[in-house]
Design a protein around this ligand. Structure first.
Ligand code: PMP
Length: 433
């Protein structure tokens, strides 16, 4: 049975519903729940899949890298050869085009921006920070920690709408062509955070080929979810590095990924890929910062993950754990909110999030009500630059960490809050008519 569109109900029907929902909400409040759907963290069962990481290197095992170097010692600034080989394959680049970092790709992105502000990038005429203004395009909703990096370095953020096939490229092309203070764009191109969208081939080509007024313009290509499918339908992402080369802009893209959500987020391996010229500049700078990364951890990862086939099998096991959680959330959203015309959401094939839009002007209140009933969500607005969602409607749901039963309760409370706030919104609108 299709549920009725709330926008078409009479005022007294809405009032009656509101009273019902309020009673249910009070009942939840009395249960003193403490549930968290705020951050995209793997659950303990997912982490258990990588239990062998803790014992895979034993005393007496060879700790030599493929180039004969001793992984226990200093050196190997940009990673051991076998790690470069594996992660080059994961990103679809050659092994001369990658640097293996520490445990965090966010750290590598932060350092990239920091270096660019202080020193510029390969081909810059001056450090970005010497300019009167530095701006970044921020497809939104997007990843709050990207936006936090811009805020830290006083880089002005320009929000660009995320559409179903990636950023609004008409807007991106126009802005980048006209303004040479726009130095970059943040992209989560596959199973995006939070929408779960994968950029269309045409979007990739347009990003690679567009005319940029800033000659040292860079695309920050955060391919954090490149092998992170949750369904049997796997999205395909066009290789932007190849597209940039083909378009005559070989230095335009900085790609990143990590094993944070493949193995262990606290002790994964991060990787950056870009042109050899870019890498030469970056290596010189990194050499001042460190004598070398944690090569033992790189070795552990290569011994554990082995090759791309093994990574795929491992990610299938991850999917088997989290797919039921995504299904649960999506089914609940449909059964509780479907057809009422008060919310819309994406059904992602991968990644870590479900992104939901409420009626305009409701998101903050929903998150607030949920928090008061003990359910923590990502703060409303966090998915936009400066924490400001101009329509106050986007909410990011992170279903992986809670157990199935916790998730069930949490999403019930969440749906209830969406109902309550929406009804009040519609009633207020009716009163003003
Ligand atoms: N990029 C995106 C899009 C993410 O969602 C996350 C984790 N939430 C990260 C980067 C962080 O990656 P890392 O653990 O490698 O720093």
């Amino acid at each position: 049975e299709r549920q009725s569109d709330y926008n078409r109900l009479a005022v007294d029907e809405l009032n009656q519903l509101a009273r019902q929902w309020e009673d249910r909400y009070e009942a939840y409040k009395n249960r003193n729940l403490k549930l968290d759907m705020s951050r995209g963290k793997p659950c303990p069962e997912q982490l258990d899949l990588s239990a062998d990481m803790l014992t895979i290197l034993q005393p007496g095992d060879s700790i030599q890298a493929a180039d004969g170097s001793d992984c226990r010692n200093y050196g190997g600034l940009d990673g051991i050869p076998e790690a470069k080989e594996l992660f080059a394959q994961m990103l679809g680049v050659s092994r001369n085009e990658v640097i293996i970092g520490g445990n965090s790709s966010l750290n590598m992105m932060h350092d990239t921006i920091s270096r660019a502000m202080l020193h510029g990038v390969y081909g810059s005429q001056s450090p970005w920070g010497k300019k009167e203004a530095v701006k970044f395009l921020c497809p939104s909703p997007g990843y709050d920690r990207h936006f936090a990096i811009c805020e830290l370095f006083n880089i002005e953020m320009i929000a660009v709408d995320m559409l179903q096939d990636g950023p609004d490229m008409d807007a991106v092309e126009r802005l980048v062509r006209e303004d040479d203070s726009i130095k970059g764009i943040w992209c989560v191109p596959k199973y995006s955070n939070p929408d779960g969208i994968t950029y269309a081939d045409e979007t990739v080509d347009r990003l690679a080929g567009m005319t940029a007024k800033a000659r040292d313009f860079r695309i920050i290509w955060d391919d954090a979810y490149t092998v992170h499918h949750v369904s049997d339908n796997h999205d395909q992402l066009k290789n932007i590095f190849a597209a940039c080369k083909a378009a005559g802009n070989p230095h335009r893209v900085f790609m990143y990924s990590s094993t944070s959500k493949i193995t262990l987020p606290g002790s994964g391996v991060a990787v950056m890929a870009t042109s050899e010229e870019n890498l030469q500049t970056i290596r010189k700078q990194i050499a001042v910062q460190t004598i070398g990364p944690d090569k033992i951890n790189q070795l552990r990862h290569v011994r554990f993950l082995k090759n791309m086939d093994q990574i795929r099998l491992h990610m299938d096991k991850q999917a088997a754990i989290i797919n039921p959680k995504f299904e649960l959330v999506l089914n609940k959203l449909e059964s509780e909110l479907g057809g009422k015309n008060i919310a819309s959401w994406n059904k992602p094939n991968g990644g870590y999030f479900i992104s939901l839009n409420t009626l305009d002007g409701c998101a903050k209140e929903v998150v607030h009500l949920a928090a008061q009933a003990g359910v923590t969500l990502t703060p409303a607005g966090a998915t936009f630059p400066y924490g400001n969602d101009p329509r106050d409607r986007n909410i990011r749901i992170a279903p992986t960490f809670p157990s199935i039963s916790e998730l069930e309760t949490a999403i019930d409370v969440f749906c209830l809050c969406v109902e309550l706030v929406s009804i009040k919104k519609i009633l207020a609108r009716e009163l003003h008519k």
